[in-house]
Design a protein around this ligand. Structure first.
Ligand code: SF4
Length: 364
């Protein structure tokens, strides 16, 4: 059986395991959803063996069949621009060098990203971890998960563990429950976080059983990854609502992507839509200097202008922090509004360009 648009009206549509089984993996299967362009067909043939091409039927149904520039389509359908990108690194954050044990990335003293799973529901063309996602060699065997847990147990500085991947929610409830239980039993691990794109790409994964299990391991936080307002569907809203009703704070980490969300209107619509779902826009990442992604990158100066332009025009908590991730951690990027000291005052610039002088004490 191959999924097509007709499936969206059938009961199995909301079964997340059916969605995983029926994922699109070829130009022929994609043609049941959109008419692939010559460039897309060439790119699928050229890239299938390098950066995995896999899309859930749910996410494919969000694509505009008539528009190759559809922001959903561009995130997951290969383009030959990926092959033409001469520069870009495989591991721009030097994550391998920051791993004391396999798939545990430690950049800060007190927290780690633990890549528990190398699989995702679908594969994003701009993925920072495209070197490893979907690659069998990066899968965590049981003994490797145990080795990572042993390292966390003997590293008392670690108080915050982010389960990521790949996507930890591709695990079964039972496996995730076991893993969270092992982590929760470590006295110095205070906070458990999950980084997952499934509320966006496969929202049916967020079942009542899943959230009940997650809530047994509180405090649990979730960060998800919406990039465009088209992704804010009723199904995604339901997934986020399930999580927040279980007391799980949900944040969003997007990536600034050329032609997808790099205009003030699209970014503001996305962030205001997220806030309506009670999802806090947390970070927006500058797209990394990553192989095959030059066509997605936006100059940082324009990114700073975009987020500066949001200030004063929407609620402050609807504006994510624009950051550049580096091998040394995240660096906030912001157009300066602090102009400096003049005598006993500092001069600052407000969102609408007014200069304001604020009396400012000196250190005694
Ligand atoms: S869901 Fe996240 S980890 Fe998976 S391919 Fe997309 S960006 Fe990468």
């Amino acid at each position: 059986m191959t999924a097509d648009r007709g499936d969206a009206a059938r009961p199995h549509w909301r079964d997340w395991t059916w969605q995983l089984r029926e994922r699109i993996r070829s130009a022929e299967a994609l043609a049941r959803w959109v008419l692939p362009t010559a460039d897309e067909k060439d790119a699928i043939a050229l890239l299938a063996s390098r950066f995995h091409f896999v899309i859930t039927p749910y996410y494919a149904a969000l694509m505009d069949p008539d528009d190759p520039n559809c922001p959903i389509r561009r995130q997951v359908v290969p383009a030959t621009a990926e092959v033409r990108d001469p520069a870009g690194l495989a591991d721009p954050l030097d994550e391998v060098a920051h791993s004391p044990v396999k798939n545990v990335i430690r950049v800060y003293p007190d927290r780690i990203a633990f890549c528990v799973n190398n699989e995702c529901a679908l594969y994003c063309r701009f993925c920072l971890r495209k070197r490893m996602v979907g690659e069998p060699g990066w899968a965590m065997k049981q003994r490797e998960l145990e080795a990572a847990l042993a390292w966390i147990r003997r590293t008392p500085e670690i108080r915050d563990v982010l389960l990521t991947g790949g996507d930890p929610l591709v695990f079964s409830d039972a496996r995730l429950d076991w893993l969270l239980g092992e982590l929760r039993a470590i006295p110095h691990v205070e906070l458990l976080r999950l980084g997952t794109r499934l509320p966006v790409t496969l929202p049916f994964r967020v079942t009542d059983d899943l959230v009940a299990m997650l809530a047994r391991h509180h405090p649990v936080w979730v960060n998800t990854h919406f990039n465009h307002p088209k992704e804010l569907t009723p199904e995604a809203a339901e997934a986020c609502d399930r999580l927040t009703r279980a007391g799980i704070p949900v944040g969003n980490q997007s990536v600034l992507l050329r032609g997808i969300n790099d205009t003030p209107d699209v970014m503001r619509t996305l962030c205001e839509g997220l806030v309506r779902l009670r999802v806090r826009p947390y970070y927006c990442y500058q797209a990394q200097w990553l192989e095959g992604t030059a066509h997605f990158r936006v100059p940082i100066e324009r990114g700073m202008e975009l987020f500066r332009g949001m200030r004063g025009r929407t609620s402050g908590f609807a504006i994510p922090q624009y950051v550049l991730d580096t091998p040394h951690g995240k660096v906030p990027l912001a157009a300066p509004s602090f102009r400096g000291r003049e005598g006993d005052e500092v001069v600052v610039e407000s969102w609408d360009g007014h200069l304001w002088r604020e009396p400012n004490p000196l250190e005694p």
